[in-house]
Design a protein around this ligand. Structure first.
Ligand code: C2O
Ligand code: CU
Ligand code: CU
Length: 521
């Protein structure tokens, strides 16, 4: 039964020209996985299409047609102006992860869209070209809604980005935007989100991976360069991405990170991608027939104590779960038998290489963008952030659980600060995310083995630390120094103080209150 459906959705994941997707969809049925100009979206509809399993999706209403699970495309400087329509039985929001938008458009959960209600969202895309994403951020329900399918890709282009594609002579089918997320799957059935107390403490882990919503995803590409922008959309699982042809490693190049292109490409053969992080990669597939992308095994360094605090968010008592299940109760089913531990090897997707499209043998440009090394400003105030664990409350930032009405600290617009984020030794890796401004990584210390082996850049940094970031993983016992960019765009939308979030992007930790508010004045 899945074969035809799977084929159709695979055909429409941006790997075939849009025309073939359109003809593949019977009239009246929303096409899936198509690329859509963000500026054409009139309504973004949030709906649940399966009340038993709780599966949900975004539908972009373009007026003339509707596209389910859209990949949104925008050029830097363009507007997004749409109404978000909530058809869920729960409140929701749409957060534009990585895009610098005013608090009122950020969807951070200060105000939710009630079931049946809608909200107009309008902002200009100020960010550099890169892979961003949009996802549900209704506090306490984020993990469940994102896992249910409420996460989509938002691809921003600009001149550097187009110049790179031209230099690589990139075939349209050789440019992919992929969201990789794990799920608990039995047979070909994706099970509902039903975390146990333990899952709520360390994070929801699946046993299989879906790429843009599809199990066993395979992409047809032409021989030559392939460019892949990849998001780790897992609730909690870190990926150590590597490429294989049979048992041979296929090396590749890191082009960019969360916030767009690096100054220069870096040759690598594996890369850590923690939840919410993105990488932009170039792979020369010439001479290969089939390449598999895998997550290599690694020691995930999960060293939590035995305590199993009650991390059920209070909002859970007011709304039913999306599926017919219990959430964060001591002994809910949750199919823990199929949970694969963090760090376990996992196949991700395949590239099937076709004939050479034949336009010479272009080389990767030496320079990709004008991104400078982060300027260290001597004497910048240092803000100390501690990630820790309390027996009764779980993982915390600076010893205190999140409070929606509290502003943990305020910074002046344009201020230069260094944040020193230190994780406790008895902990696990936390992918720490900042709303609003992006940041640069200045330095790492105490990095744990598997990541340390990849720290080839100065100041103990990883190649992925050299770009603009909005999410950075901090391993147990590690300290990471970052420099956020608190200058907000010159845009009337940013008038007045802007409240943003700083949180762990392990979504169970986020819902478990590992989050703080701060304000840019
Ligand atoms: Cu991707 Cu506050 O989130
Ligand atoms: Cu975000
Ligand atoms: Cu965490």
């Amino acid at each position: 039964m899945t074969d035809r459906r799977q084929f159709l959705s695979m055909a429409c994941l941006g790997t075939l020209p849009l025309a073939s997707c359109r003809t593949a969809s019977p009239p009246g049925v929303a096409a899936e996985g198509q690329r859509v100009d963000a500026s054409m979206v009139r309504r973004l509809i949030v709906e649940r299409h399966d009340a038993l399993l709780g599966h949900c999706l975004y539908v972009a209403d373009l007026g003339a047609r509707q596209v389910a699970r859209p990949i949104l495309l925008a050029r830097r400087g363009e507007m997004f102006d749409a109404e978000i329509v909530n058809r869920l039985p729960q409140p929701t929001t749409v957060h534009f992860h990585g895009l610098v938008v005013p608090e009122a458009q950020d969807g951070a959960g200060f105000e939710v869209i009630a079931p049946g209600a809608s909200k107009a969202v309008r902002f200009r895309v100020h960010n550099r070209a890169g892979l961003y994403w949009f996802h549900s951020h209704a506090q306490g329900l984020t993990a469940e809604q994102v896992h249910a399918g409420l996460a989509g890709l938002f691809v921003v282009a600009d001149e550097d980005d187009s110049a790179l594609d031209a230099a690589l002579a990139l075939e349209p089918i050789n440019r992919l935007a992929l969201a990789v997320a794990d799920a608990r799957v039995i047979g070909e059935q994706v099970l509902p989100y039903a975390p146990t107390r333990e899952d709520c403490l360390t994070g929801w882990l699946g046993n299989r991976v879906r790429v843009n919503g599809v199990l066993n995803a395979a992409f047809d590409v032409a021989s030559g360069w392939v460019r892949i922008q990849l998001l780790n959309a897992c609730n909690a699982r870190a990926l150590l991405l590597a490429l294989r042809d049979g048992d041979q490693a296929v090396p590749f190049h890191l082009l960019g990170t969360d916030g767009g292109l690096l100054a220069a490409p870096i040759d690598i053969d594996r890369v850590f991608i923690h939840p919410a992080e993105r990488v932009d990669l170039a792979i020369n597939v010439a001479g290969h027939r089939l390449i598999s992308a895998i997550s290599q095994p690694f020691d995930p360094r999960v060293q939590t104590q035995a305590a199993m605090p009650d991390m059920r968010h209070p909002v859970r008592d007011r709304y039913p779960p999306l599926a017919a299940v219990e959430v964060c109760k001591p002994d809910t089913g949750g199919a823990t038998s199929v949970r694969l531990p963090d760090g376990a090897p996992l196949p991700l997707f395949w590239l099937r290489v076709g004939a050479l499209a034949g336009r010479g043998r272009p080389r990767i440009p030496d320079r990709l963008s004008s991104l400078a090394e982060p300027a260290s400003v001597p004497g910048s105030p240092v803000r100390r952030v501690r990630l820790d664990f309390a027996d009764d409350k779980g993982f915390l930032i600076d010893g205190a659980p999140y409070r929606i009405d509290e502003i943990a600290f305020r910074v002046e617009r344009g201020a230069r600060e260094v944040w020193e984020i230190k994780n406790s030794p008895i902990s696990m890796p936390h992918p720490m995310h900042l709303h609003g401004p992006g940041f640069r990584v200045l330095r790492r210390q105490g990095t744990f083995g598997p990541a340390r082996a990849l720290a080839t850049a100065t100041q103990g940094r990883l190649p992925t630390d050299l770009g603009i970031k909005d999410t950075v993983a901090v391993w147990p016992n590690e300290t990471v120094w970052i420099a956020p960019d608190f200058s907000l765009p010159q845009d009337p939308g940013f008038a007045g103080a802007q409240r943003y979030l700083f949180h762990c992007h392990n979504l169970e930790h986020e819902d478990g209150m590992m989050m703080r508010n701060f304000a840019i004045l």
